[in-house]
Design a protein around this ligand. Structure first.
Ligand SMILES: [Mg+2]
Length: 212
């Protein structure tokens, strides 16, 4: 393995949270069905385009979303401790997500965690929610995620990456250590990218400590 100090980059939905919050919200309030959600995970679909389309007709208030997050959204074990570990150990930790601030902000408030993060911007408008991704400019989300990993590597760091979706694959391929759940885990297996199963963030902290 290469040497160098560690950095960490993570997806949010389904990785830091146990379920994809966007999908869960859309399903729970009947703004999408399972089939539409399933199709959104094709490698050919841009998550950011799906989010814009799906939320455009989702008539939900900020308050409803915040309450939903407080009551229904669960963090993966060890997330908060991992964020604290990174801060104490000088490991830069970033979140790069196709999710949106309207549900991410209440999540981080609930857990008392502050991590540098990139989320879509969601604004309640008449009849739905307008989603935009100011940090993407012209690049696709999957390339943006990969670019955050590449950036740390260029700066001489090793990168641990966490993800669960097909749009995390490009980033996973560039990382020095991958913790993957769900579809990303299967994709890594199929395409020969070494990945450990993401269960608890505590394992990643232990791994970093074992490989200084
Ligand atoms: Mg995800």
């Amino acid at each position: 393995m290469r040497k160098g100090p560690w950095a960490a980059v993570s997806d949010f939905d389904g990785t830091i949270t146990l379920r994809d919050v966007g999908d869960h919200l859309l399903l729970h309030y009947g703004f999408a069905d399972r089939r539409t959600i399933e199709e959104s995970y094709s490698l050919k679909v841009r998550v950011e385009d799906f989010m814009k389309r799906a939320f455009a007709g989702a008539a939900l208030s900020e308050r409803t979303i915040a309450d939903f997050v407080r009551k229904k959204v669960r963090a993966r074990a060890g997330f908060r401790e991992f964020a604290v570990f990174c801060e104490r150990s000088g490991v830069p930790f970033e979140i790069a997500s196709g999710g949106v601030d309207l549900y991410a902000d209440p999540f981080f408030r609930k857990h008392g965690v502050r991590v540098r993060s990139f989320f879509g911007r969601a604004r309640v408008v008449k009849g739905g929610i307008r989603v935009s991704y100011p940090f993407l400019r012209r690049s696709a989300l999957s390339d943006f995620k990969a670019s955050r990993v590449a950036r740390f590597r260029k700066a001489g760091r090793r990168v641990v990456f966490f993800g669960d979706g097909p749009n995390d694959f490009k980033a996973a391929r560039l990382a020095d250590k991958v913790y993957a759940a769900g579809r990303l885990y299967r994709l890594c297996r199929e395409r020969g990218v070494p990945a450990s199963r993401l269960t608890d963030f505590g394992r990643a902290a232990a791994f970093i400590e074992r490989n200084p």
